[in-house]
Design a protein. Structure first.
Length: 67
């Protein structure tokens, strides 16, 4: 995983730029090859979706992370 990009995405989310963080986490999760890393990225993506009020999208990300 690109740790620098991940940390940047988390910083974006924490500073209130949730949409930008969501976009970055989505890109990272699509590129992830390790299952545990992908699950972590999807969980963080789900958190952004929740913050944005996108409940079904959050649920989908969690379902993928669990798979």
């Amino acid at each position: 995983m690109d740790t620098e990009r991940f940390n940047h995405a988390i910083a974006l989310r924490e500073s209130g730029k949730v949409e930008a963080a969501h976009h970055e986490l989505l890109a990272l999760s699509e590129a992830a090859s390790d299952a545990e890393e992908k699950a972590s990225l999807l969980a963080n993506q789900a958190r952004c979706s929740l913050l944005l009020g996108r409940l079904e999208e959050a649920r989908s990300a969690i379902d993928l992370a669990l798979a």
